[in-house]
Design a protein around this ligand. Structure first.
Ligand code: ATP
Ligand code: MG
Ligand code: MG
Length: 550
């Protein structure tokens, strides 16, 4: 899916630089601080910061904090952390709320020019009079107020004289415009709320469409890139810029937002998952948030590679979550050290191995690494293997352990199962084996073929670990195709988290939060932030299975 010669936006920028319309590229990433960033935002971050980097320009991180009702400093901090973690540096850190005076001045300019008016209709009336695609809207009875009256009312709105919802400031454009966004949109509403940065200075707050282009103009943004839903708002974006004296003239371009299979990405829904405690927090490893992906074990480079490879287009589509998993799996296959961990332990006693003896075996850390490094792992008479690596009555082609069969213990010896021990209820609780002392390293001197290789841990040195196995949070592939009357919470996957008590090799005792490993045959894991040396916790990032092919 990588595009030859770059995206359509790159082409536009090249043309603008060549024609001289633009001399230095300035972009911005403009999140509203009303939630944590998700993988969709990562696409926008990679695009905006990536273009600035590519063309030697600047990209600002700008908080679009024009709605005091939902915005919080906690979100501001998390967004800064996530953008930095992804590996990007902003040229300037900006807040739309720093521009409130300018917005206000421009609103007055529109009033003076007869291009804005105070409307006394309530929100319901305004909505009802907007018209439809086929029918023009109805003009407000307050549309033809004098400039003087508008100036006076707008001032009094700003002084807190009127109630929320009782009056708004609207642009005076055209109630019969074929584009409904152009039918006298609201510029300002009364909100008697404290703002996370401006406090109680304002009780008038600007609307997104009115403010956004001005924010861009103040910052000298040349290419204001947003998602496709805003294509219909572009004429309005242009109208606002053309009808007041702004310091620069930005242009808006639209690209398709990222949608992922089995994933919801709206911040409103993600917030609900958090507040209703369906997940453990914004950074729950099942969340599509940047902080969730980080805790899940994703790397910045895997996310950036994903964003680069899915490309930038003008058509909405649904990207397979398996492709995101492929990106991290490929990277970890190259970078992660291999270790042994048993997730569902079954004890094995090697009867002919000397009691009390422990020997140290050499284990290669990563066969993919350019330089081979080794670690020591203990081996002894008692070990644990994976319960489902043993079958009492195996089908044909079962190459793991069963009564009388021989398998290879990774890095160790060949062993043959001689006996099965059960508890009172008939459950297998232990296996008895014999090992071939001549097979150290895993090959017999007589060259006999042994197909199965099992991972294991030595019983007296193994460390207990809590291992969290994740599955997708939702069961529906396209979460935009929910059945009528259903809620996204009706599609929650009841098995999205499974916690198991595992036994892991002792080398993991040295591992700290954030370290990544491959557990042989189980996948890639990261040491969780909750992990302590005496109480290890690991999260599975992704399994080993290749379910996506390029
Ligand atoms: P949501 O609908 O999830 O609340 P939003 O668009 O309201 O997202 P913003 O904080 O306004 O959230 O987003 C900041 C930037 O990220 C915007 O420019 C927006 O276009 C972009 N963005 C948001 N979601 C996606 C997505 N799924 N794919 C690509 N870009 C996105
Ligand atoms: Mg938005
Ligand atoms: Mg939103």
């Amino acid at each position: 899916r990588t595009q030859q010669g770059g995206s359509f936006i790159e082409q536009i920028i090249r043309d603008d630089l060549q024609s001289g319309r633009v001399s230095k590229v300035v972009t911005r990433f403009p999140p509203e601080p009303n939630g944590y960033l998700h993988i969709g935002h990562a696409k926008s971050i990679c695009l905006n910061f990536g273009l600035a980097e590519q063309f030697g320009g600047d990209c600002n991180l700008r908080f679009d904090d024009t709605n005091p009702a939902k915005e919080e400093t906690e979100y501001v901090e998390s967004i800064k952390r996530d953008v930095s973690w992804l590996g990007f540096r902003w040229a300037h850190l900006r807040f739309a709320s720093d521009y409130f005076e300018s917005f206000h001045r421009w609103a007055l300019e529109l009033i003076e020019a007869g291009r804005a008016y105070v409307d006394d209709q309530g929100p319901e009336e305004i909505r009802a009079s907007r018209g439809t695609l086929t029918e023009p809207g109805r003009e407000s009875p307050w549309r033809n107020r004098s400039v003087e009256e508008n100036r006076d009312l707008f001032r009094r709105m700003g002084e807190g004289e009127f109630d929320e919802g009782s009056r708004v400031l609207r642009a005076r454009i055209d109630m019969a415009h074929p584009n409904i966004n152009m039918r006298d949109p609201v510029l300002y509403r009364i909100l008697k709320k404290s703002h996370h940065r401006t406090g109680d200075r304002w009780c008038l707050y600007p609307m997104y469409d009115f403010a956004h282009g001005y924010e861009d103009a103040i910052e000298g943004v040349t290419h204001s890139i947003c998602t496709l839903e805003f294509a219909d708002h572009r004429p309005l974006y242009d109208w606002f810029l053309e009808n007041v004296s702004v310091p620069s003239r930005p242009r808006q371009y639209e690209f398709a937002r990222l949608n992922l299979t089995y994933t919801v990405m709206s911040k409103r829904k993600l917030l609900q998952l958090v507040t209703e405690k369906i997940v453990s927090g914004w950074d729950d490893p099942r969340m599509p948030t940047i902080s969730g992906l980080r805790r899940r074990g994703y790397t910045p480079s895997a996310i950036r590679r994903f964003c680069a490879d899915i490309g930038v287009s003008k058509a909405n589509s649904l990207v397979d979550i398996e492709f995101l998993q492929f990106c991290i799996r490929e990277e970890l296959n190259r970078d992660a050290d291999r270790v042994m961990a048993v997730l569902d332990p079954l004890k094995v006693v090697i009867e002919n191995y000397p009691e009390g003896q422990i020997e140290e075996l050499e284990a290669l850390n990563n066969p993919e690494a350019a330089e081979a490094t080794y670690r020591k792992i203990p081996f002894g008479r008692e070990i644990f293997i994976e319960r489902d690596d043993f079958m009492e009555n195996p089908p044909k082609k079962f190459f793991r352990l069963s009564p009388g069969s021989e398998v290879r213990l990774k890095h160790a010896y060949l062993v043959t199962c001689t006996d099965v021990i059960r508890d009172g209820s008939g459950r297998v609780v232990e296996l008895r084996c014999r090992y071939d002392p001549e097979s150290r390293g895993g090959e017999a001197p007589d060259g006999r073929k042994v197909k199965g290789t099992l991972h294991w841990v030595e019983a007296s040195h193994a460390l207990a670990a809590e291992v969290r196995l994740y599955d997708r949070l939702f069961t529906l592939r396209d979460m935009d195709s929910m059945e009528e009357g259903k809620d996204y919470r009706d599609y929650l996957n009841a098995d999205s988290l499974r916690v198991v008590s595992a036994l892991v090799e002792p080398s993991l005792g040295q591992a700290g939060p954030g370290e990544r490993f491959q557990f042989l045959r189980h996948g890639y894991f990261i040491v969780d932030d909750d992990s302590r040396p005496e109480a290890l916790v690991l999260n599975r990032t992704v399994s080993l299975k290749e379910s996506w092919s390029k």
